[in-house]
Ligand binder design. Structure first.
Ligand SMILES: [Mg+2]
Length: 428
């Protein structure tokens, strides 16, 4: 084990056990890796259609003002000399797998949040690999050795802090002197620095505060997390509702309420239903399918997640259990997409011998609005997309007036069926 430098407070057992690892300009870096003639040039990967957005760009492109999420036509305007590429998703997935193999050599507790980003809980890894800072160093070295790609690592007590810290570890990040500890692609925020660190951020930099909330806050004169901390809770409630106000307040409390990566945290969202009497027709099962798809996608939307795979689970009268899954054309949290796929799976299954349990689960989760999500942006079914606002409105009405105020027609058309909530009827 190396010599520990305690000047930055780094030591074993300091409870800063969450690492957030994020590849630098991942898609663009992969393009440069595979074509060295692109080295040093402003490379921009993203959708080429009229609605395309930038999925990733090199630091050379950033110098021109190009940013991920920016509409492609604007990127072309600010950086006409850029190398514009459509992206090779398969290749990114391939390298992402290699990346995750490296993660798992350091900790069994890895929570991927997109192709090139993951949280690692290293609480059990110190004896083998040293302090969190040493683990971060080894991890960067190992990743570079295996993939020839750079990454940034944030170290913190909670996922939120680690995630925000990795941003400050980026090559071009603005760092406030005296807050946190920086070296070569690693930024570590100790417990004592947590509050100072969070307060120094603009509200728009905080993971989970999107552009809409940011502009609402800015209209209230709130630009930084410190300013947010001075806003009365009741003011936030009247502006954003109780749930969001509480969450905004938890960020500013300095000790974020975010939980550590749960070691049993599932990488899927699922609901299932056990029946009192076995069901043996597709039409009766379909009613439950509607509820389950509604419930699963509602939880995805609440967690700002999308799923790339829909899984249908069935248990027969004799307790035989089968699962069938289908990969979606693009990640989704739309109940109609889920229902369509779940129905197509169910229609191919013989249920005449009786079904005692049906479940729907969503796996392959990724952050809604994240980079992979944006890359698949152009493939989203337009028919559904025009109704995105409708689903948002339904979620809002339910938040205000209760779960059963609104929902799919086949839920509300029946007196006996209520919208499914997490945990209800879990055991039949
Ligand atoms: Mg990245």
């Amino acid at each position: 084990m190396g010599n520990l430098d305690n000047s930055d407070g780094d030591s074993i057992g300091d409870e800063l056990d969450i690492l957030h690892v994020d590849m630098d300009a991942f898609f663009a870096a992969v393009e440069v890796l595979d074509d060295q003639s692109l080295k040093g040039r402003p490379v921009i990967v993203g959708g080429s259609g009229s609605r395309g957005v930038v999925a990733a760009c090199t630091y050379e492109a950033r110098a021109f003002g190009v940013r991920s999420g920016m509409p492609m036509f604007r990127a072309r305007k600010v950086c006409p000399q850029g190398v514009f590429l459509p992206g090779r998703f398969k290749r990114y997935v391939e390298l992402s797998r290699e990346l995750h193999v490296v993660f798992e050599t350091f900790s069994p507790f890895v929570e991927p949040i997109s192709l090139d980003e993951a949280f690692l809980d290293v609480s059990g890894a110190h004896l083998l690999f040293g302090s969190s800072l040493e683990i971060a160093k080894s991890l960067r070295k190992e990743i570079y050795g295996k993939l020839s790609l750079n990454c940034s690592v944030g170290i913190g007590r909670t996922r939120l802090v680690a995630k925000l810290a990795s941003k400050k570890a980026k090559p071009n990040a603005k760092r406030v002197p005296g807050i946190g500890y920086f070296e070569d692609g690693i930024y570590r925020v100790g417990s004592d620095d947590e509050k100072k660190f969070l307060f120094s951020l603009n509200v728009g930099e905080v993971w989970g505060i999107g552009p809409v909330t940011t502009s609402s806050l800015e209209k209230m004169g709130v630009h930084t997390v410190e300013e947010l901390s001075k806003v009365e809770y009741q003011v936030l409630v009247s502006k954003f509702g109780i749930a969001k106000a509480a969450w905004l307040k938890s960020i500013t409390s300095g000790s974020t309420q975010e939980q550590l990566v749960s070691k049993t945290e599932s990488k899927s969202v699922s609901h299932e239903e056990t029946f009192n009497t076995d069901l043996d027709s597709h039409s009766t099962l379909d009613i439950h399918l509607v509820r389950l798809c509604d419930a699963v996608t509602r939880r995805l939307r609440a967690g700002k997640l999308k799923a790339s795979t829909v899984v249908l689970v069935l248990k027969y009268s004799d307790f035989t259990r089968i699962t069938r899954q289908i990969k979606l054309a693009s990640p989704s949290n739309d109940p109609r997409t889920f229902l369509k796929e779940a129905r197509s799976i169910l229609s191919q299954i013989d249920v005449s011998s009786g079904i005692r349990l049906i479940g729907v689960s969503a796996s392959g989760l990724l952050e809604a609005g994240g980079i992979e999500d944006q890359l698949s942006f152009e493939e989203i079914n337009l028919e559904y997309e025009s109704q995105d606002n409708l689903i948002e409105a339904i979620d809002e009405i339910r938040a205000k007036y209760g779960l059963n105020s609104l929902g799919p027609a086949s839920i509300n058309g029946s007196n006996t069926l209520k919208a499914k909530e997490h945990g209800d009827n879990q055991w039949g």
